[in-house]
Design a protein around this ligand. Structure first.
Ligand SMILES: Nc1nc2c(ncn2[C@@H]2O[C@H](COP(=O)(O)OP(=O)(O)OP(=O)(O)O)[C@@H](O)[C@H]2O)c(=O)[nH]1
Ligand SMILES: [Mg+2]
Ligand SMILES: [Zn+2]
Length: 310
């Protein structure tokens, strides 16, 4: 028999081809980001995504490589794929880095949608506003105000730029030892930020393209990149831009639980199942009126509860 088995990480799924990075004795201590190859999954396996840990079976004689087993996922980020149900996007993450920027504009509704996604996936989120260099003084004050609102809820929140000061140093301490997926609208600078953190990003995407015959410079699929910083090993996961992240699959109770500021105030609402819209004795309404809860957060919350297609 010429079959050998080996653990591996799924780096990207191009639909037609899967890129995997085998865990060899040489890359368990030091990462070899260029050891990427193509593998074909057994049909019985579920959809495999960036971050999945799998078992490979290699046929040395044929030179082929199959994925025969999916190991248990510690976490999975999913999105609502309409009638087809939930679709996995990335696995084994510890954090979502929710990126926005002006331009194209700080979209707090999208940030809130991804905060709910992180809550559902059981992982933490950090809020990143990029392109600080492009902000006017007034826009910068607005950005700081938005970040402060998220900080008050316990999220890490940073203003960065990949072009000039303040740079991206504030992000570094949020990345060590973590597997962080960068999400957000197209053009906000997710790939640019990852490129700053991984100076050899081009070489790595080149290795993925070479192994699979797929891929290009715009981000078309989610890609896992191992990341080492000051001896700490983690991962940065790039993902294609989205206009929105549907929360249509969430129950109103999930939305309430995922809105940290609203959830905390709700402890003092008169009714345990208060929707915070019309009920008397609603502490959320009191805190929105007093400014303790940002009005835009409350408005986003109402939009997400009302609109079935959001
Ligand atoms: N002014 C300014 N421009 C930036 C900054 N970071 C990125 N850009 C520019 O923003 C544009 C989009 O950057 P990308 O990194 O491709 O954005 P992305 O979020 O990966 O976009 P998708 O892959 O389409 O989702 C590019 O033209 C970058 O040069 C920044 O800090 N300041
Ligand atoms: Mg990109
Ligand atoms: Zn209430």
């Amino acid at each position: 028999m010429n079959l050998t088995r080996q653990p591996a990480r799924v780096v990207a799924n191009f639909g037609a081809a899967l890129a995997v990075s085998p865990e060899t004795s040489s890359n368990s201590s030091g990462i070899d980001p260029l050891s990427v190859e193509q593998a074909v999954p057994l049909k019985k396996l579920p959809l495999l995504v960036a971050g999945d840990l799998v078992e490979l079976e290699r046929d040395e004689k044929l030179g082929s490589c199959r994925i025969i087993k999916l190991l248990k996922r510690a976490s999975v980020l999913e999105r609502n794929d309409g009638r087809r149900g939930m679709k996995a996007l990335a696995a084994n993450l510890t954090h979502l880095a929710i990126v926005s920027a002006a331009p194209p504009g700080i979209d707090t509704l999208l940030i809130d949608q991804f905060c709910l996604a992180a809550h559902r996936a059981g992982i933490d989120a950090l809020i990143v506003i990029n392109k600080a260099d492009a902000l006017s003084e007034q826009e910068r004050a607005e950005a700081d105000e938005i970040l402060d609102v998220y900080r008050a809820m316990g999220y890490a929140a940073v203003l960065v730029s990949t072009k000039t000061e303040p740079g991206i140093d504030a992000l570094l301490s949020e990345l060590s030892n973590r597997a962080v997926t960068f999400v957000g609208a197209s053009g906000v600078g997710k790939s640019s930020i990852i490129g700053k953190l991984l100076p050899d990003l081009d070489v790595r995407t080149g290795a993925i393209s070479a192994a699979t015959g797929q891929g290009s410079h715009t981000t078309t699929v989610t890609c896992w990149y191992d990341f080492e910083h000051q001896g700490e090993v983690g991962a940065l996961i790039d993902s294609p831009g989205v206009r929105q992240y549907s929360v249509a699959h969430l129950e109103p109770a999930d939305v309430r639980a995922g809105y940290r500021d609203i959830r905390d105030a709700a402890q003092s609402c008169r009714f345990a199942n208060c929707s915070h819209r019309v009920e008397p004795g609603c502490e959320v309404s009191v805190q929105v009126a007093s400014g303790e809860i940002a009005r835009w957060r409350y408005e986003n919350y109402c939009k997400l509860l009302d609109a079935e297609d959001l």
